[in-house]
Design a protein around this ligand. Structure first.
Ligand code: PLP
Length: 388
């Protein structure tokens, strides 16, 4: 059987895959089983921060693989400790819990928020506010947090205590009056929900209300984090510091990792036994993440912003494009034609974008060469306007 036939026979059918079998990658280029070349505008959903098979990244990973691949959390290991230090020094957070995915990073954030509220405000302060069109993961608790009813169907009952609101000051004020609120969990740019950035006025209101009522601000940086938006973390565009930051996807540049960064208020909520993960802080993933963070310097972040500007300028007002949203290299393109049709036509022409709800979504590698990006965006632009 071919790979596609094997997959269809034996892999649980939870994904709608494109009819492409990837066999090789280099930088922002991918090759399929028929030898066709593609420009990658998805980077494995914002995971391969430095593209595919980056030589320095491979060297960092293989160096650690040659020492030890795993130890369990019963012992101290340098990659994990150094990664925690790097994350804290660059964000002002106090300590870090490591896991393996975005959903787990959010689970830990939710546990930390619930415990803080119980310890400091009272056991009845259990509600976590989240936003409509948010996405926080696929576990039963992070699904409950996710503000999209379509994801909840079939799996009820979910974890209690989540209230979804529109990101407006009025909705927030009302929800805070009506519930005993422990925390607000939010994405600065709702990715899966359609690449929707928050209005600065809403963020301001959220920061103020949270400050007045000792409500924790929990920023889900799973997709927006690690340089994706042109700053190390997307909240840095808005001039405030959350109490908890969860991140994953691009942090290790292609190996599974999750991290929950705990700020001053919550630095002491956990004690031995209160959370854990067998693979959390795995030395190979941590070595990869240390390498990625070292690469995310001011120059690279500046380049992300420049590439972003190029994409916005090229696609805004283009034929067949009705809106361009997002931040940095996390970009949503609203098209006249259905997004799925646009993506299918792009694939035919050797470009691999993503979708988010009714939009075409672009999450290229942060180091995609400008020339490669230009080539791909020109193709996307042509496809958007073709036949209209
Ligand atoms: C992808 C994503 C998650 C879930 O991450 P997994 O690693 O798939 O568990 C959570 N939050 C946001 C904002 C995401 O984009």
């Amino acid at each position: 059987m071919t790979t596609i036939e094997l997959d269809k026979s034996y892999v649980a059918p939870t994904y709608g895959r494109f009819p492409v079998e990837i066999v090789k990658g280099k930088g922002s280029l991918l090759w399929d089983a028929n030898g066709r070349e593609y420009i990658d505008l998805g980077s494995g959903i914002g995971v391969n921060s430095m593209g595919l098979c980056d030589e320095q990244w491979i060297a960092a990973v293989t160096e650690q693989l040659g020492l030890y691949q795993h130890t369990s959390n019963l012992y101290y290991t340098a990659p994990c400790a150094q990664l925690a230090e790097k994350l804290c020094k660059r964000t002002g957070m106090k300590n870090v819990f490591f896991s393996n995915s975005g959903a787990e990073a959010n689970e830990c954030a939710i546990k930390a928020a619930r415990k803080y509220a119980a310890d400091h405000k009272g056991r009845e302060y259990t509600t976590i506010l989240t936003l409509n069109n948010s996405f926080h993961g696929r576990t039963l608790t992070t699904l409950a947090a996710t503000g999209q009813a379509a994801f909840h169907e079939h799996f009820l009952p979910l974890t209690e205590g989540f209230v979804h609101i529109e990101p407006t000051k009025e909705a927030l004020e009302q929800a805070v009056k009506e519930n005993k609120v422990a925390a607000i969990l939010f994405e600065i740019v709702r990715g899966e929900g359609g690449v929707l950035p928050l209005e600065p006025e809403f963020v301001q209101a959220m920061v103020q209300i949270a400050g007045e009522q000792d409500i924790l601000l929990v920023c889900d940086e799973v997709q927006t984090g690690n340089g994706r938006t042109g700053k190390l973390y997307s909240y840095m565009h808005y001039g405030f510091t959350p109490d908890i930051v969860s991140t994953a996807k691009g942090l290790a540049g292609g190996l599974p990792i999750g991290a929950t960064l705990l700020g001053e208020k919550v630095e002491a909520v956990f004690a031995p036994g209160l959370n854990g993960s067998t693979f959390g802080g795995n030395p190979v993933a941590a070595a990869a993440a240390n390498h990625i963070l070292d690469r995310l310097d001011e120059q690279l972040l500046q380049e992300v912003q420049e590439k972003s500007q190029y994409v916005f300028e090229t696609l805004k007002g283009a034929k067949g494009v009705t809106d361009v949203t997002g931040l940095g290299l996390m970009i949503g393109v609203k098209t006249v034609k259905p997004a799925k049709e646009v993506v299918a036509a792009c694939i035919e022409k050797g470009v691999l974008p993503l979708t988010a709800k009714d939009k075409v979504r672009l999450l290229p590698a942060l180091n995609i060469p400008m020339e490669t990006l230009k080539k791909a965006i020109e193709i996307l632009k042509t496809v958007c306007g073709e036949g209209l």
